[in-house]
Design a protein around this ligand. Structure first.
Ligand SMILES: Nc1nc2c(ncn2[C@@H]2O[C@H](COP(=O)(O)OP(=O)(O)OP(=O)(O)O)[C@@H](O)[C@H]2O)c(=O)[nH]1
Ligand SMILES: [Mg+2]
Length: 323
């Protein structure tokens, strides 16, 4: 594990890919090796800028990552791209299956693109992604982009592992503004209205102004300097606004570093994931054949009126505790 670790620290991409396969494995011996490896790499203390990116299907996430990633590469930065795909039922089982949209980036030696594994359980995907992020940081990537499609809980998962969380939106008619849930708006550090080009440009500008107004109505967050969260227009296809977006991102992350919010946020995220891991582990105890059989047996007794739901739950919990 130490030699694999050293290769990763030297930026060896094949070693990185192998290590991610290791953290994705469910086998107990692989889990043990992965923990050892991650502990070894953590000592290096390297940090990337972790950027979460969410948006509905077709809004242009992949196109944006290709253009934005290439811009960063041209500035001499190293860029890793990971995905959180809770559904994994889509074609190819991965939101990064469409490598065609990241054709240039996927050929760059300073880029590393890893599709989401085909796990349906969000807890498993979340852990694997967090560990993959840690591996990419150890491998010396400057920026780690974490893409997720805006459905269900995946935005929360991604924002809880990001230093900056971007929401990509499409130009829309006035009424559609309501479509973005308040909770998602509150997570966003920046809103990027994509496709601000051609016929859509004027609509994009209006949409952006609407979102800027909506952002101003939200409660002020301590982790934001004046003017943030910010809404901007971009065009991933025409590569407009990408450098401005990057400027704003570095301004924001720089301010957060100087004001203790960067470390504070990472510490809060670590506590959040500790809590989640305990919850997932407790829930997974219900997922054994014995536990399911006990649940069925007690459930039947509750259904027949022979046992109250509370008494049955107490009995189930004591069974779990002794296993
Ligand atoms: N006009 C215009 N079209 C764009 C822009 N960015 C993306 N598109 C188009 O929007 C469509 C969807 O782009 P993708 O990058 O695949 O979108 P996505 O968000 O990754 O979609 P999913 O992976 O399905 O969630 C494609 O036809 C793109 O060419 C843009 O800046 N301007
Ligand atoms: Mg995509």
């Amino acid at each position: 594990m130490d030699s694999l670790g050293d290769k990763i620290l030297n930026g060896d991409r094949r070693a990185l890919a192998r290590a991610i396969t290791l953290v994705e494995s469910g086998r107990a011996d692989h889990r043990a090796q992965a923990s050892e490896l991650l502990a070894h790499l953590a000592k290096a203390g390297r940090q990337s800028l972790r950027v979460g990116l969410s948006g509905t299907p077709g809004v242009g996430k992949s196109t944006f990552i290709e253009s934005f990633g290439m811009m960063l590469i041209e500035q001499g930065l190293r860029v890793a791209v990971l995905a959180v795909d809770p559904s994994s039922t889509r074609s190819g089982g991965s939101i990064l299956g469409d490598k065609t949209r990241m054709e240039r980036l996927s050929r760059e030696k300073n880029a590393f693109i890893r599709p989401s594994p085909s796990q349906s359980h969000l807890g498993g995907v979340a852990r694997r992604t967090r560990e993959a992020i840690a591996l990419c940081e150890a491998a010396g990537f400057d920026v780690v982009l974490i893409e997720t499609v805006g459905v269900g809980q995946s935005e929360t998962v991604v924002s809880e592992m990001s230093d900056l969380f971007l929401l990509l939106l499409a130009p829309a008619g006035g009424d559609e503004l309501q479509g973005v849930k308040r909770g998602i708006m509150e997570m966003a550090d920046m809103i990027l209205v994509n496709k601000a080009d051609g016929d859509l440009k004027a609509t994009a500008t209006r949409t952006c102004a609407d979102y800027a107004g909506a952002l101003r109505l939200l409660r002020k967050r301590p982790q934001d300097p004046e003017g943030f969260p910010k809404a901007m227009t971009v065009s991933a296809v025409e590569k407009h606004g990408l450098d401005q977006a990057w400027d704003e991102m570095t301004t924001l992350s720089g301010w957060r570093r100087e004001n203790g919010h960067w470390d504070g946020n990472r510490a809060a995220q670590a506590r959040f994931w500790f809590d989640q891991e305990v919850r997932y582990a407790l829930l997974s105890r219900l997922d054994t054949p014995t536990a399911r059989a006990e649940m069925d047996r007690l459930g039947a007794a509750v259904g027949a009126g022979n046992l109250s739901p509370t008494a049955a739950a107490d009995r189930m919990l004591s069974i779990l505790a002794t296993h």
